[in-house]
Design a protein around this ligand. Structure first.
Ligand SMILES: Cc1cc2nc3c(=O)[nH]c(=O)nc-3n(C[C@H](O)[C@H](O)[C@H](O)COP(=O)(O)OP(=O)(O)OC[C@H]3O[C@@H](n4cnc5c(N)ncnc54)[C@H](O)[C@@H]3O)c2cc1C
Length: 432
């Protein structure tokens, strides 16, 4: 799309994953957004095209939320951007219903997201990374923020907006001291790396981690590399189950955001202590059972291609020429051992979204709490000093203020609606 550098947009969204896609829909559907007074919104996405965790779209992996927690339904069940509308348009609605499954494959959900984003081609710039946000330069427009946007060729454009909505997603985390390279992968780059490698050379592969991504990669590698030895390095004694039972699932309900937001620090800690196992370092039961079945089958056949190193931590990776050795510390016998591998895939999770590097000098206008976290109002707006009147909103990175669903899909339809309301009510046009 063509960006107008002379225009001040009302909303600039940074990142165009599910959160800001949901926001784009909420803005389009807002009753105050009428042709005579359109709300101008533009979105920047650094990927060359839409993609939702493409590198973990492994065969048959399924969603961890109900299809009804799509981009819109909890906010506007009659929106034309719901998952049911997508199924209807794709001609699969009866077949989907017959399947009696709330959890579609991630590949199907990806297709749904692509279908929805295609309606926003006039508002999204792909291959465009926002590298800085700041105040306008001396001769720039007043009452807005200045975004520097770098395209794939390295050219930087300047865009102005009254409000920014930062939704840049989770940040891949590697084990301490371990760097990524062509043999040492993070799950966020898994399929690209795997497809780029010569399968016949992958005879010994290690997977690090005890969560969903690590378990999914272990199962995938075992199935895809029938000649290879797969070493699964699990920090716990066995995989822990993701609790998605109905009462526990209530922590992702819209009202849980209020319960968390207005709770005391002690109660917030309790939320995390009691319900971490709904999402963090846990695995869905079908994946655990699949893996156990494969491991058990090995025993029956008297083979041992799939090996679990329990209570074991990766403490380093040594590279010497073409050789890669993982250094492992077993908590069972306190022994250190080295294992030669052809590749190691780290399913070691993600850190929360952190907007600090984008905010640069603006950060000093953003208020922080006693523990140094950004103070964020209930409508996801960063609290700032009075000198900064523009809106900086967060979709993600609010685990400390808004709770467990901050980085998940569960609440995006409502959150996008709340942010849209907040922005539109704050616009200078009194006629809105
Ligand atoms: C493999 C995997 C599976 C998951 N499955 C589920 C699930 O089933 N259910 C669930 O609730 N959650 C799931 N999650 C959690 C995940 O956070 C959400 O699904 C979802 O991706 C959140 O959407 P988002 O738009 O906030 O972030 P993202 O999807 O991460 O999108 C952020 C986007 O911002 C772009 N970006 C980053 N920096 C910039 C910049 N400076 N300028 C421009 N663009 C930028 C990125 O390229 C990216 O496209 C999963 C996570 C992973 C890793």
């Amino acid at each position: 799309m063509r960006i107008r550098e002379d225009q001040v947009y009302e909303i600039a969204g940074i990142g165009f994953g599910p959160s800001n896609l949901s926001l784009a829909i909420a803005v389009r559907e807002h009753p105050s957004n009428i042709p005579e007074r359109p709300v101008t919104a533009v979105f920047f996405e650094r990927q060359p095209e839409f993609g939702w965790h493409r590198n973990m779209l492994l065969p048959d992996v399924t969603m961890q939320v109900s299809f009804l927690k799509d981009l819109v339904t909890f906010r506007n069940p009659v929106s034309r951007f719901g998952f049911v509308s997508y199924l209807h348009q794709a001609g699969r609605l009866p077949r989907f219903v017959n399947n009696q499954d709330f959890f579609p494959t991630r590949a199907e959900f990806h297709d749904y997201l692509e279908w929805a984003q295609a309606c926003f081609a006039d508002q999204v710039c792909y291959g465009s990374e926002v590298v800085a946000i700041g105040r306008p330069s001396g001769d720039g427009p007043a009452g807005c923020l200045r975004l520097e946007v770098r395209d794939a060729a390295g050219a930087v454009r300047v865009v102005h907006a009254r409000n920014v909505v930062i939704s840049t997603g989770l940040v891949p985390r590697m084990p301490e001291g371990v760097k990524r390279d062509d043999r040492v992968w993070h799950s966020s780059e898994f399929l690209e790396r795997f497809n780029g490698a010569d399968r016949h050379e992958l005879k010994n592969v290690a997977v690090v981690g005890g969560g969903q991504s690590a378990a999914e990669m272990t199962r995938f590698l075992y199935d895809e590399l029938p000649h290879a030895q797969i070493h699964s390095i699990v920090p716990s004694y066995g995989y822990s189950l993701a609790d998605d039972t109905p009462f526990a699932n209530r922590v992702f309900d819209p009202e849980a955001v209020d319960h968390y937001y207005f709770a005391t620090p002690q109660t917030r800690d309790d939320f995390w202590r009691c319900h971490r196992n709904t999402n963090y370092s846990v695995v869905d039961s079908d994946v655990i059972r699949d893996l156990y079945r494969r491991w058990y089958g090995e025993g029956v056949r008297n083979t041992s291609r799939l090996r679990f190193l329990n209570l074991t931590r990766l403490t380093g990776v040594k590279r010497a020429g073409s050789e890669t050795r993982v250094v492992l510390h077993s908590l069972l016998d306190d022994e250190i051992q080295e294992l030669s591998v052809d590749a190691v895939a780290c399913g070691t999770g993600y850190d929360a979204m952190d907007p600090v590097h984008l905010l640069g000098d603006l950060d000093r206008h953003c208020l922080r709490d006693d523990s140094g976290q950004l103070r964020v109002s209930r409508d996801y707006r960063v609290l700032t000093t009075p000198e900064l009147s523009c809106g900086i909103y967060l979709q993600g990175g609010t685990e400390h203020s808004h709770g467990l669903s901050s980085s998940l899909l569960s609440n995006i339809a409502l959150r996008s609606g709340e942010i849209t309301d907040s922005i539109i009510h704050g616009l200078p046009d009194p006629g809105r």
